[in-house]
Design a protein around this ligand. Structure first.
Ligand SMILES: O=C(O)[C@@H](O)C(=O)CO
Ligand SMILES: [Mg+2]
Length: 260
């Protein structure tokens, strides 16, 4: 049975960020993820997590100025110093939460340019080697160009090849099913092919990015497929609830309370 993690950047936004841990636990989640914790002290985040007996499944490394449109800088050659600094910023949050995987965002850059590709390889290797001694994986997530125009990493095949080429034991793929369906389709066959390198999975309905209970994909089939494939990681619920978060959790009822 999949182990679901509530995404606290998108779910339970009816309450302030730190209160979302309590709300997720009350709803039956045993794990959480979110995009960025950096506006809050690391100790406060860790305290909410532990108070609720939650496991931190994932969060993202600092992306730069998100409100100005930055989406990370791993593929931006001129931003390598920022990349290195961002790893130091994230480390206390990783320690406070005990997270075992961090998402490194690529940034807005042209994958047709060699300098961007070289910068990305260099940043990915640096980040993985930085966090390896801490027992933390770096995960890379292809993101569709409809949601994030110009995003460097918008192809699952490119991410797979890079992971195979770099051969770093703590470098994995973040397989967001929502993005995969929009970019390529053929989700089940891609899950089967890429399972050995998948470090994290995320879900949402397609195309609306709401609860995984309808529209284009048959999620009960995909959840069973993850089990058939022996996937033991987390499944992040990265969706925008249609209404109140708890009103949209009927799909989750059979899975509530599953221990990580
Ligand atoms: O799919 C997404 O958008 C997220 O997983 C993310 O990390 C970047 O926004
Ligand atoms: Mg995602």
């Amino acid at each position: 049975m999949p182990r679901f993690a509530a995404n606290l950047s998108m779910m339970f936004t009816e309450v302030p960020f730190l209160d979302r841990f309590d709300a997720a636990a009350q709803a039956g989640f045993t794990a959480v993820e979110f995009l960025f914790p950096y506006e809050h002290p690391a100790e406060a985040v860790g305290e909410r997590l532990k108070r609720n007996g939650l496991t931190q499944a994932l969060f993202n490394l600092p992306p730069g100025d998100w409100n100005a449109g930055e989406k990370g800088f791993a593929a931006l050659p001129a931003r390598f110093a920022d990349l290195k600094a961002s790893l130091e910023t994230a480390l206390p949050y990783a320690k406070a939460t005990g997270v075992k995987r961090l998402h490194l965002m690529a940034g807005i850059a042209n994958r047709g340019e060699r300098v961007a590709i070289e910068a990305f390889y260099k940043s990915v290797a640096w980040a993985a080697e930085f966090f390896g001694p801490h027992g933390i994986d770096i995960v890379l997530e292809p993101i569709n160009s409809r949601n994030v125009p110009g995003y460097f990493l918008n192809d699952f095949g490119f991410a797979r090849d890079l992971i195979h080429e770099l051969r770093l034991p703590n470098l994995k793929l973040q397989f967001d099913i929502y993005h995969c369906q929009i970019i390529h389709g053929d989700v089940t066959m891609r899950l089967r092919e890429m399972m050995p390198i998948i470090g994290h999975v995320q879900i949402a309905s397609i195309p609306s990015r709401n609860e995984p209970d309808g529209e284009e994909l048959n999620y009960p089939f995909l959840f069973a497929e993850l089990d058939r494939l022996g996937y033991a990681g987390f499944v992040g619920c990265e969706y925008n609830p249609r209404g109140k978060t708890t009103d949209g959790l009927a799909w989750f009822k059979p899975y509530a309370g599953v221990k990580p």
